[in-house]
Design a protein around this ligand. Structure first.
Ligand code: ATP
Ligand code: MG
Length: 305
């Protein structure tokens, strides 16, 4: 995804693993020659405590965020296992990254971000306002910011290169990219996952406005759910009691960060092209609490230390 070089720090050296690539938030490793997974077709996916907003990695990490993202992904994969297999193999990882890394099956990834939306906002709302559609799907008139859709829709996006945004594409474009059968499988699985997750979140007072899944196939050609799953970084979670159609709903996790970054006290302009300033301690603390609260509300239990 998009990030400026220099904003992502050097990833830690880990015994048994070799650094492979880093995104805005995650560091991905491959097995080293003499490590415990040598010769296996696996990846170590490490969730850092980095937080991004307005397409920048912020200079201040949020302690515990990587652990929340990792535990939440593992928990969701369990909840979804009767719908789709997950890529998680083991949470037994080097102690330097304990709790925030998972050993995963290395998959052949589809070049499509599989997004499901139950509510209209962000790039979906922008396309709807311009054309009355989302990813080419016609929607009824009269919808606006945060409107609930008549039914959830599959709104795929093409993975964009560094420094550019993912681009919404039509189902026909997905078919052209991956073939008709795979396109149908991706759509069906994405909508099933969304429906299950949205129901579960709803019971716990949270609206799952939308979510982005990444899927791939294993050596046997089986469809497998990869990457992070239904985390605050890949999904829009809204507190149900704060939802007001017509108004932007603050996201569960980044509300304080975004509020602060756009406040006069901060004095940073997201459109300036400048790197954002460090976060004050109280913004970090409240954001850390929000990530924990999202985990606890969704799973119904505290994060194991
Ligand atoms: P960013 O998150 O910064 O926008 P990104 O999504 O490309 O960029 P990360 O999420 O940090 O980067 O890195 C995860 C990368 O690993 C993604 O390219 C993702 O598609 C890939 N990936 C995740 N799980 C697997 C897997 N099981 N097999 C193969 N590749 C995977
Ligand atoms: Mg990612």
């Amino acid at each position: 995804g998009p990030h400026s070089p220099g904003e992502v720090p050097v990833p830690p050296r880990l015994p048994g693993w070799e650094h492979h690539l880093s995104g805005k938030v995650r560091d991905v490793y491959v097995p080293a020659a003499h490590g415990p997974w040598a010769g296996r077709d696996v990846l170590l996916v490490v969730a850092s405590d980095r937080i991004s907003a307005y397409d920048h990695v912020l200079p201040t990490p949020v302690p515990g965020k990587g652990a929340v993202l990792t535990a939440l992904t593992a928990w969701w994969l369990d909840q979804l296992s009767d719908i789709v297999a997950g890529h998680l193999l083991s949470l037994d990882v080097p102690q330097e990254v304990a709790g925030r890394a998972m050993v995963c099956q290395r998959l052949d990834m589809y070049p499509v971000e599989c997004v499901a939306r139950g509510y209209l906002t962000g790039s979906g709302l922008a396309e709807y306002r311009a054309h009355g559609t989302v990813c080419g799907i016609g929607l009824p008139g009269g919808l606006g910011e945060a409107s609930r859709l008549p039914e959830p829709v599959f709104t795929p996006a093409a993975k964009a290169g560094l420094g550019s945004h993912d681009e919404n594409i039509t189902f026909e474009q997905v078919q052209a990219l991956v073939g008709s059968q795979a396109a149908s499988d991706l759509r069906r699985t994405t909508l099933e996952v969304y429906a299950r997750a949205a129901d579960l979140a709803h019971e716990r007072g949270i609206i799952l406005a939308d979510t982005k899944l990444e899927l791939g196939t294993d050596v046997g050609g089986r469809l497998v759910l990869a990457d992070e799953v239904l985390t605050p970084d890949s999904s829009r979670f809204w507190p149900a009691d704060a939802w007001t159609p017509g108004q932007p709903t603050p996201s569960f996790d980044k509300q304080y960060v975004r509020d602060w970054l756009t406040s006069p006290a901060c004095g940073w302009d997201p459109a300036s092209g400048q790197a954002p300033p460090p976060l004050p301690d109280d913004v970090v603390d409240r954001t850390r609490q929000r990530y924990l609260e999202a985990y606890e509300r969704l799973t119904g239990g505290p994060l194991a230390a």
